[in-house]
Design a protein around this ligand. Structure first.
Ligand code: NAD
Length: 331
């Protein structure tokens, strides 16, 4: 089986690749994996270092917006797992062009190349943010899409284009919509790694608005296991929510991170709320649970403890990333 993983040097994609090459998924035990990644600020070859010498892994630095490269790589591919995206909401608020280019146009190029190469399955990794914000209850997969940020709007657009390639051409596309991921190797701009690394360095953490925005937390290992189930047995043309089952306000999450790093309330710096900040996300995972047997396995308290520990022990991974980010913002 030949698998093309886009964005495989990012946070979630690299976890998926490490799991595949490490033999975590029986269906992909002999898979040969090609990673296509542009290595933007968020992509990092070090994320693949634990499996870099395995002969079943090939790394290609390139852009999903390069149709001839994408078409070459697609030949002979059985399965595409498409993670590549501009993924940070705050960056989309300050400049949305790259989000539209990569997330929308890049996805269309991949879908067209997959169709031309008669790929067996295309898993498009989307997000729960495409649904918008929900006060009570949880979204089923057929809920209308009402994205609020340029990031989520670009993801909703690519999600719909992916669906159209199934409806129009019969390309066997599955779409996954997951909640907020956490775990090791997450770029230190997202809330958990940003707060943990700030606190480990004795710096304050910026808490948006009243801190009462609610997110459902999903360990990256559970997310990737869910993607693998969809890749193996998901019905073409279907959408599957993937959730973690732990909803917390940002304030509650911050308190847990203060405790985990031995810091106190004085380290919290309230800041002006994010523009258009969604209040609450919550996905209904009945469908993937009943059809494919998915349920999250990593208990949040254990997963968070291990994640904090990983950042404590892997300064060499994140310190250069934060230094580079600081230089870029001071420029
Ligand atoms: P990430 O930002 O850590 O990684 C994205 C990767 O894509 C990077 O390696 C980057 O170099 C690569 N990339 C970006 N533009 C590219 C291009 N034009 N061509 C080739 N490669 C390119 O993101 P992540 O957190 O790992 O997210 C992976 C996917 O999961 C994304 O599609 C994201 O929208 C989705 N998602 C993430 C979360 C989350 O909590 N992190 C939640 C829901 C959905």
């Amino acid at each position: 089986m030949r698998v093309l993983v886009t964005g495989g040097a990012g946070f979630i994609g690299s976890h998926f690749v490490r799991q595949v090459i490490g033999g975590a998924y029986a269906e992909l035990a002999d898979a040969e994996v090609t990673v296509l990644d542009k290595l933007t600020y968020a992509g990092n070859e070090a994320n693949l270092e634990p499996v870099a010498h395995d002969e079943r892994l090939r790394f290609v630095q390139g852009d999903i917006c390069d149709p001839s490269l994408v078409s070459d790589l697609m030949k002979g591919t059985d399965l595409v797992v498409h993670f590549a995206a501009e993924s940070h909401v705050d960056r989309s608020i300050t400049g949305a062009a790259d989000f539209v280019l990569t997330n929308v146009l890049g996805t269309q190029y991949l879908l067209q190349a997959a169709l031309d190469a008669e790929v067996g399955k295309f898993v498009h990794v989307s997000t729960d943010e495409v649904y918008g914000s929900i006060e009570d209850g949880s979204w089923p997969e057929d809920h209308p899409l009402l994205p609020n940020s340029p990031y989520s709007a670009s993801k909703a657009s690519s999600d719909l284009i992916a669906r159209s390639f199934f409806r129009t051409y019969g390309l066997p596309v599955c779409i996954t919509r997951c909640s907020n991921n956490y775990g090791p190797y997450q770029f230190p701009e997202k809330v958990i790694p940003l707060f943990v690394t700030n606190l480990l360095d004795g710096h304050k953490v910026p808490l948006y608005g009243d801190g009462l925005n609610i997110r459902d937390w999903l360990h990256v290992d559970d997310h990737c296991a869910g993607i693998q189930l969809v890749a193996a047995n998901g019905r073409p043309g279907e959408i599957y929510n993937i959730g973690g089952g732990t909803e917390l306000t940002n304030r509650e999450l911050t308190t847990l991170l203060l405790e985990a790093t031995g810091a106190d309330e004085s380290m919290v710096q309230p800041v002006e709320d994010r523009k258009g900040h969604d209040r609450r996300y919550s996905v209904d995972i009945t469908k993937i649970n009943s059809e494919l047997g998915y349920s999250p396995r990593v208990a949040f308290d254990q997963g968070l403890r291990n994640t904090v520990e990983w950042y404590r022990e892997n300064r060499a991974w994140w310190e250069p990333l934060k230094q580079r980010a600081a230089l870029a913002t001071n420029r």
